[in-house]
Every structure is written in C-alpha cells, then in structure tokens.
Design a protein around this ligand. Structure first.
Ligand SMILES: O=P(O)(O)OC[C@H]1O[C@H](O[C@H]2O[C@H](CO)[C@@H](O)[C@H](O)[C@H]2O)[C@H](O)[C@@H](O)[C@@H]1O
Ligand SMILES: O=c1ccn([C@@H]2O[C@H](COP(=O)(O)OP(=O)(O)O)[C@@H](O)[C@H]2O)c(=O)[nH]1
Length: 471
C-alpha cells in the first residue's frame, strides 16, 4: 500500500481525537493505516528565517510536518485571496469578494513555498491528497517541480456557478491548475455539475463518463459527500460527561424547549437571517413566549477580515434587539455565545436540544447538521431544521428543509418541530441515521482514496483528442 500524504491549510493534531472533530479523526485514521504524512500550515505567523523551517513530529507511524506563515503570507494568502476572494465567490457572494492582484500573487507564492517545503519529504510511490480552496494551484506547482505521484484534490466548499466564477480575473488559471490532479472531488452532485458546466462551456472541454478533457489534459471529477464519525459521535453524546453537560443546560433553561445553532461566525451561515426568523416566531406565535429558548454558539472566525468584523457587529445588535423586545424578568429568549465549545460539550448540548437550527445561505456540507442528528436519543429525538442550501440537505431529506431567506417559512418550521409527535420524530431520526451510518467519514476517505489509487496520472495513449471526444 502506498504511503498517504495529506496536504491542507490547517493540520489537525495527532492526538486528542474528541477535541479535533470528525475530519481530523478520519484523516488521522487513514494516515495511521497508510503510515502517512500530514503537511500544511502550523497555525502560527512568524517573520524571519525560523518560520521557513519545516517542523516535523511523529506519533504512531504518522508524521505531522508544518511550516509557519509570514505576516505577509497570512495577510495576502490566507486572509486575502483565500478568505476575501475565493471564500465569498465560491459561496455565491460576489458582492463581498475583493479582487486584489497582490492577494493573488501572495496566494501563488504561498502555494509555491508549500510545494518547495513538501518536495524533499516525498517518496516516488506516495499517494498525495490535497484539500480545499487554499491550495487549488498546489498540484500544478508540485508537478512543475517534477512530482509524478498520483495527486488528488478535494474541495470542501461549494463550486460556484459559471457566471460568478468568471468574474474572478484568474478563473482560467485556477481551473486549468485543477487539471494537474488525477482526481478532483466535490461535496455534492450539484457542485460537480457546476464544475462540468464550466469545463464544457467556458473552457471548451469535453467529457467521457466521469473524465473531463480540457487544456490538453484530463482529470476524473466525482462527488464524494463528506460524513462524520457517526457511531463514535452518538456514543459520545450518550456518555456520562455529555449527559452532565445536557443536565446543566436543562437546569439553566428550566426545561423550556431548547433550540440550538452552532456555527463559526461566518456570513455564509445565515445567522442574521436565523435571528430574524426567531424574532418572527416570537411575533407570530405569542404562545411560544416563555416556552422556548434559543442558544446560538458562534465562535469568532477569521476575525481580522473586515466582512467577519461586520457580521459580528450585526449579530451583536440583533441579539440585543430581540432580547430587548421580548425578554421578561424570568425569561431570556436568546442566548448568544461568541466562543468555541469543545466537541464533548457540544455533544451534550445537541442532545439536550429539541430543535437543531442549521440555516446557512450556502455551505459546502455542514457537519453540524450531521452531528446534531447523531447526538439525539433515538427513543426521544429532536428535530433538525435544515437549509436547502447546505450540501448536507440532499442526504438529509428527512429533516425539515427550509429556505433560509424566508423568515416566516423558517418560523413555521420551528413551530412544526416544536409540536412534532414522537412517532414522527422517531421515523425521521431513523431515516437520517441510516444515511449517516451508510456515508460516514471513514467511507468518504476510503472511497476517495480507492478512486485515487486507481486513477491514471497522465492522459493514456489512445485517448481521443478533445474535438473527437466532444463530437
Ligand atoms: O480554517 P478556518 O479558516 O478557521 O475555517 C475552518 C474550516 O472551514 C471550512 O469548512 C468546510 O469544510 C467542512 C468539512 O468538509 C464542510 O462541512 C463545510 O461546509 C465547509 O465550509 C473550510 O472549507 C475549511 O478548509 C476550514 O478549515
Ligand atoms: O464551538 C464550536 C463550533 C463548532 N465546532 C465544530 O466545528 C465543525 C464545523 O463544521 P461545519 O462543517 O459545520 O462548518 P465549517 O465551520 O467547517 O464551515 C463541527 O465539527 C463542529 O462540531 C466546535 O467544535 N466547536
């Protein structure tokens, strides 16, 4: 079996699985099986020669190798091109995207520095799996440096529609770079279709089965929806420690119906719209006053980026407005916590909540929706209210699917969830769990790696020319 090399902007810890989250657990498992290497950014910003060194550490056959970012790289590559340009654009928010040539150059340079640092660590028969929008050109850069290994890429965020993507001055370079990989994976069929649409209509490429031809190259493109560690998370939620967390929460709200939202504080998550939908619920259903309690956990994310500073101010104001308008001496309708909660605490909070509100305006997958369901007590489960624009919605049709732009529709769904009979809650939960078990995070990484194992690196001889295949 080839060694696995995972490359991602953020590198998970080699220990502390319950803190790390599903993705880190899944990748760490695959890395352990293949005695692999995980390479990326340390999470530290440091100027000067020290930051250029690779810091490596091994545990249980897995090596974690990281480099620091300089402050310029952090500004231009991470905060700049990745999070002020690609992130909004790929989430259909052209209005929030900043196109700055300096950011693009910083992004290319950071990808080159990552590739330069990784190259000496590579072996000829490695299987290399690159993750996410920070590293779109990484495969091409690595190939230019002579890498001949099988190279896979997985995009964790949505692929945008062609009309939006083509507004990006460098769209062609970035899409062309994806053709240096052997396999490109997306979260959903809808993302895959939008990628194919770009290749066929904008790049003048062609398609045969799941192989796309363009720019004189070819790549296999497929959807691989990411899952969670379903059974492990369900076990964690049923543990004594999580139970303690759940009991604390119930005592704090005097057994009112708990509604919960858990999101990084990001404008893609639809938080102002969600707060407004909750306000609408209180407006339309006065009998709910004093009976419900909404807890929103929203740790600050990418806090140096202006658009994230703005959304934080907007939420602070909305939370104050809703509580000011509806609170009573013995009832606070909305509790808003602006810091991160551990996975173990989250498991208990999910389990104690009758309604899980997951209403992003656009989301690659949304693991919180899956965790909320996995954490429920199967005998008395809560109800998931889920945005149709989350990647997870297709696999989770047994949730109450809503349009996050429609506050009345979301308020009505909350009201439906509040009164849903036990038998219906159980049926929905059973259907959702069946799918979450079938497509968990271990099968996600296995499916991707098996396909990459079998992917052919170059266009094989005898493959038809582009025009011929198109005809
Ligand atoms: O690394 P950060 O800038 O702090 O951001 C955290 C991560 O956010 C994004 O997550 C995405 O991946 C999830 C798992 O596939 C998916 O469920 C979610 O819908 C996506 O938004 C980002 O893509 C990661 O690279 C970041 O590390
Ligand atoms: O306070 C928090 C908030 C979120 N999370 C975790 O962060 C992940 C968020 O993933 P998701 O796919 O929902 O969205 P993303 O933040 O990756 O866009 C989930 O595993 C959550 O359990 C956490 O551990 N603590």
């Amino acid at each position: 079996m080839s060694r696995l090399v995972v490359v991602s902007n953020r590198v998970g810890p080699l220990r502390g699985a319950t803190k790390a989250g599903g993705l880190a657990v899944a990748l760490a498992d695959a890395l352990r099986t293949r005695r692999g290497l995980w390479f990326g950014w340390s999470g530290e910003v440091r100027d000067g020669p020290q930051g250029h060194e690779v810091q490596a550490q091994s545990l249980g056959g897995v090596t974690r190798a990281v480099i620091d970012l300089t402050s310029t790289e952090h500004d231009d590559y991470y905060n700049g091109f990745a999070n002020r340009c690609l992130w909004p654009l790929f989430h259909f928010r052209l209005d929030l995207a900043t196109f700055d040539r300096r950011y693009y150059e910083g992004y290319q340079r950071a990808n080159q520095r990552f590739a330069q640092a990784l190259t000496p660590l590579l072996r000829d028969d490695d299987l290399i799996w690159v993750h996410d929008y920070h590293l779109l050109p990484f495969g091409e850069t690595l190939r230019d440096m002579g890498a001949r290994q099988r190279l896979g890429f997985f995009l964790h965020i949505p692929w945008p529609v062609r009309e939006i993507l083509t507004a990006l001055p460098h769209h062609e370079h970035l899409v062309r770079a994806l053709f240096s990989y052997d396999l490109v994976g997306f979260q959903t069929e809808a993302d895959l279709l939008r990628f194919q649409d770009y290749v066929l209509r904008e790049a003048g490429g062609s398609q045969r089965g799941n192989r796309l031809y363009a720019y004189g190259r070819s790549v296999i493109a497929q959807a691989y929806p990411i899952g969670i560690d379903t059974d492990q998370f369900a076990t964690l939620a049923a543990s004594d420690e999580a139970g303690h967390e759940a009991a604390k929460l119930k005592a704090a709200i005097f057994d009112r119906t708990q509604i919960v939202g858990v999101d990084r504080l990001d404008y893609t998550k639809g938080l102002p719209e969600r707060f407004q939908a909750y306000e609408k619920l209180l407006e339309l259903y006065p009998e709910a006053h004093g009976q419900v309690s909404f807890l929103q956990i929203a740790p600050t994310s990418r806090g140096e980026v202006q658009e994230y500073i703005d959304i934080r101010h907007q939420l602070d104001a909305l939370a104050g407005h809703i509580n000011g308008r509806f609170a009573q001496l013995d009832w606070t309708p909305l509790r808003y916590i602006n810091r991160a909660i551990t996975r173990r605490q989250l498991a208990g909070i999910y389990r104690a909540s009758r309604i899980g509100l997951v209403t992003p305006l656009r989301d690659g997958m949304n693991l919180v929706a899956k965790e909320y369901v996995a954490a429920q007590d199967p005998d008395n489960p809560g109800v998931l209210v889920l945005s149709r624009f989350a990647g997870s919605a297709k696999q989770m049709a047994a949730a109450l699917i809503v349009n996050p732009y429609d506050p009345v529709g979301v308020a009505e769904a909350i009201e439906t969830a509040r009164h849903m009979p036990l038998a219906q809650r159980r049926d929905r939960h059973r259907a959702l769990m069946h799918e979450l078990r079938r497509s968990d995070v271990a099968s996600w990484s296995q499916n991707f790696l098996t396909a990459l194992d079998h992917a052919v690196a170059a266009v094989p001889p005898g493959v038809p020319a582009i025009e011929e295949a198109a005809g």
